[in-house]
Design a protein around this ligand. Sequence first.
Ligand code: GRF
Length: 203
Amino acid sequence: RNIVILISGRGSNMEAIVRAARAEQWPANIAAVVSNRADAAGLQFAAAHGIETAVVPNRDYPTRDAFDAALQATIERFSPDLVVLAGFLRILTAPLVAHYAGRMLNIHPSLLPSFPGLATHRQALVAGVKLHGATVHFVTADLDHGPIVAQSAVPVLADDSEDSLAARVLTQEHLIYPAAVRSFVEGRLTLADGRVRLDAGRS
Ligand code: GRF
């Protein structure tokens, strides 16, 4: 199974997926890491680990449609069975999302449907919730509202800052995202008629 991972920055979720894929010998090939920013730190990790990288700078394209067409062309070069959004900070157009229906995953740093969008940790602190977390979901045209695959909750502590809360959530992201991607490449995770089917693995 070919996986293409899309990043915009640090790439720690991408890194967690690459490390797990190798350590656990998934039946998968991380075919490429693609970024919309040439300065995404994660590109260096990918290259250092022998993974092809590509940059499609969104600023080079006058419209979202033009950018997404170029992005899709780049992704297609790697014949992906699965496209993994890992801190990819561009909103994708409906045609691109439709093209990868049922084979594009995202991780969002909140317990969806709470706190879609940006600054999720600040949103959680402002709302005063006692539980926060992360969600892996299939990507649909409805931003941050695709069918939920996995979630993990963490406590919100009285003295939390955005940073301390983000760090606690990120630790969980690095567990649930590789597990979800592994389920997909092992054929245990599918989306059919808008419903998620997830069969348990052995380890
Ligand atoms: C993560 O918190 C992810 O949930 C969100 O953006 C952040 C990306 O971090 N979408 P990284 O690039 O994976 O380190």
